[in-house]
Ligand binder design. Sequence first.
Ligand code: ARG
Length: 588
Amino acid sequence: MKKLIDLIQEELVKAFTAAEMDPSYARVSVSNRPDLCEYQCNGAMAAAKAYHKAPIQLAEAVVEKVTDHSVIGEIEAVKPGFINLKINPEFLADYLSKMQNDEDLSVEKAKNPKTIIVDYGGANVAKPLHVGHLRSAIIGESIKRMGRFMGHNMIGDVHLGDWGLQMGLIITELQERHPELVYFDESFTGEYPEEAPFTISELEEIYPCASGKSKEDEDYKKRALEATRELQQGRRGYRAIWKHIMNVSVADLKKNYGNLDVHFDLWMGESDAQEYIPDMVDYLKDNGYAHYDQGALVVDVKEETDTKEIPPCMILKSDGAALYDTTDLATIIQRMKLYKPDEICYLADKRQELHFVQCFRCARKAKLVNDDTVLSFIGFGTMNGKDGKPFKTREGGVMRLERLIGEINDEMYQKIVENRSVKDTDARGTAQIVGLSAIKYGDLSNQASKDYVFDVERFTSFEGNTGPYILYTIVRTKSILGKYKEEGNELKKGALLAPKSDSEKALMLSVSRFNGVVENAFEEKAPHKICAYIYELANEFNHFYHETKILSEQDEARKASYLALLDLVREVLETCIDLLGFSAPERM
Ligand code: ARG
């Protein structure tokens, strides 16, 4: 469906044309003075210069040409030359009725669907998931869902960090503890055991232990580096251990991401790109893109217009080892080959921006992507504690994701139990659902690039701009709908009548903006715009709800209209939170 604001603009285009003015001046926007009007057009002010006339004269000329009021209900020229508009309430009701019966809820799906890979999550295998990975997962999941909703072919890839030094560290520590294991016997040629020589909790203990040792013990670190190199070169026993590490950790990661309602289409990682490296290196050398600089193989990526120094992209270290740049470039080659994406969108800490600038430039320069392939980077800020420093545990340690989720759920559980008398099992499940909304909404309501303070108290509140408040509003609509149905009524979709009160009209106008908001939020990859929208919508709804007797309304047609509106509000809110990556409970 066309956007409501565009339909209004079309009417004004006709009027501008009839008044013999350039229709490009007929731009309509949502009013910034809702006390005076709903929409406004400032075109007469802009046109005054071109036509050498007073803006008010032009505005009046336009207003005079609007004779059909079926779309624009009221129109007025006000000094110095604004055009103030109000929509015809019948038209608004009709628009929402159509929206309710539209299978895409008024959203126009992409005419040319694109294939877009979203590279997010970015967990490092065998290292614990910490809050730094939370933002990548939450924002990426939302962008993926928005794109899918708009009709694009979205491919989410977790892009695991599964090929680095952490693997060598684990191997080294394992060898220190269990030198007798068959994996360390280089003469062994048989089959390695199917069972991993460790559990996930052992693994979680081994990595920090090894990492700590390597910082204190030079020799230990050397051995870990050597083990990493041998693993990468294919030493059989090390590869077998690596597979065990992968199996054990990936199962655990799947569980953790599942708890966050984050789901990847691809579980690929840095290791999967390795096979593309040798050919890539030859290609970059043979075509003159790469050259040796002090023993290292590099590609220059600086451009004349740079205002700051952009160092070259590092392809190989002087000892021949591949780096982060190398892996990401090889991954681009792999993705172009396997999925032919129109766009690859990366989510990572904004401190990684330079790395992505270098990689993107190198990929373009060396034609690893097509000229029109979009490479985009969404760098997010840090999640801080109330002290303004990166979020830590109360004892000052790195906050593990599992623990954070656990703490939020406990907090939510307390609040829910205080609030009402639901059975214990019920309250636990509800606390989980509401807790997730607190975390995700708390994160997504901030612009991604900004740092923000993770305020447990505020994020879990049922009031204010929070996830739980949005869910509370949804649950309220559901409960009224439930009562209506219990009374033996059936919901009549599309039964909306013209609004009777200001609060009802304001609510309806807010609902009508849904398609425009979702489209724009995806275009700008800005989930925070959806948050801002549903906060406004929830407020409008609660305002309407407090002013209106819904279930006790005597006029049946009016009552049916209220319920249809209520159900539409519910559907819009539920669709929006799904795009943000969480859902609402039945009650709370
Ligand atoms: N594993 C990386 C980290 O923990 C993030 C990966 C981001 N994606 C990428 N293609 N480089 O910092």
